[in-house]
Design a protein around this ligand. Structure first.
Ligand SMILES: NC(=O)c1ccc[n+]([C@@H]2O[C@H](COP(=O)([O-])OP(=O)(O)OC[C@H]3O[C@@H](n4cnc5c(N)ncnc54)[C@H](OP(=O)(O)O)[C@@H]3O)[C@@H](O)[C@H]2O)c1
Length: 261
């Protein structure tokens, strides 16, 4: 039972890889930095030697690299039980006048085009198998709540939400098609969010202080808690409840008392 995780070298993707390995999944770890992926793979090989784990570095802002990743996956496995797009970027800007087109395009490329292209290119291995493959896209609360300086990130995550809706409709018409959902992590303490907060504080963006206060007082999830909730949706929720759904990590952690692993 293979799962592909993008962004598996850090934060939620990394924690998800460890969680899914513990649940018996074999893993393909994809991301930008090979050494980070290898570190995660090493932990799994050491702690769970029965699990198979592969690392496939890819630059998801580049369609050619993204296509190559999908090709390597299709050549390596017959079927993917799960595909989780955890990779995400979103450079903050001091104000609208200083928003850089490059940052906007990078956010669209990594957060929207890459999951679209990967899903499309992976269809041969997502459609095989007796049970529907599961795709989870990682959204963000910023998709509906515009904050100063967060245009690149927020607009791209809103487009990702719409992509999930589109895929749900398209796969509803596809025999043996996968099922798709949107997973909303809420605030999760990860290297990525710490890095974002540092930049937002420097730019004096109002949400920077708010996030910093919440991280400082522990009003957030750990990556392990978010990953446990995400793994629960992938492994335990019935197809009918997964298909087209939007899951909130905070609600799942509250209602099911996940402690992480
Ligand atoms: N943490 C939160 O509070 C929060 C809240 C809402 C939504 N999210 C979403 O949750 C997901 C995971 O975030 P996180 O907080 O765990 O962030 P993270 O610690 O920064 O992890 C993100 C991962 O994405 C990879 N990545 C970024 N750009 C890439 C590219 N161009 N090509 C390939 N891989 C790339 C990074 O690779 P490298 O390791 O090589 O940099 C990193 O491993 C993201 O989609 C994020 O938007 C997070």
């Amino acid at each position: 039972m293979w799962a592909l995780i993008t962004g598996a070298g850090s934060g939620i993707g990394r924690a998800l890889a460890l969680e899914l390995a513990g649940r018996g999944y074999d893993l393909i770890l994809a991301g930008r930095t090979a050494s980070r992926l290898e570190q995660v793979a090493e932990i799994i090989r050491r702690d769970l030697p029965a699990r198979q784990v592969m690392t496939l570095p890819a630059e998801l802002a580049d369609p050619a690299s993204t296509r190559e990743l999908a090709l390597q996956v299709c050549e390596s496995v017959d079927h993917l039980a799960a595909f989780v797009h955890c990779a995400g970027v979103g450079e903050p800007a001091a104000d609208f006048a200083s928003l850089q087109l490059h940052d906007f395009q990078e956010a669209l490329a990594v957060n929207v085009s890459a999951p679209l292209l990967l899903t499309q290119s992976l269809l041969p291995v997502l459609r095989q198998g007796g049970t529907a493959a599961r795709i989870a896209m990682i959204g963000a609360g910023m998709d509906k709540h515009a904050q100063p300086g967060t245009g690149s990130y927020g607009i791209s995550k809103m487009a990702l939400r719409r992509l999930v809706q589109q895929l749900t409709v398209e796969f509803g018409l596809m025999e043996g098609g996968p099922v798709v959902s949107l997973f909303q992590p809420g605030l999760v303490d990860t290297p990525g969010i710490r890095n974002h907060v540092k930049k937002a504080l420097k730019l004096e963006l109002p949400h920077g202080q708010w996030l910093n206060d919440r991280l400082g007082s522990g009003q957030c999830l750990t990556a392990e808690q978010a990953a446990s909730a995400l793994a629960f949706t992938l492994a335990e929720v019935p197809d009918s409840e997964f298909d087209g759904a939007e899951f909130s990590a905070t609600d799942l952690v509250d209602s099911l008392s996940f402690g992480g692993s």
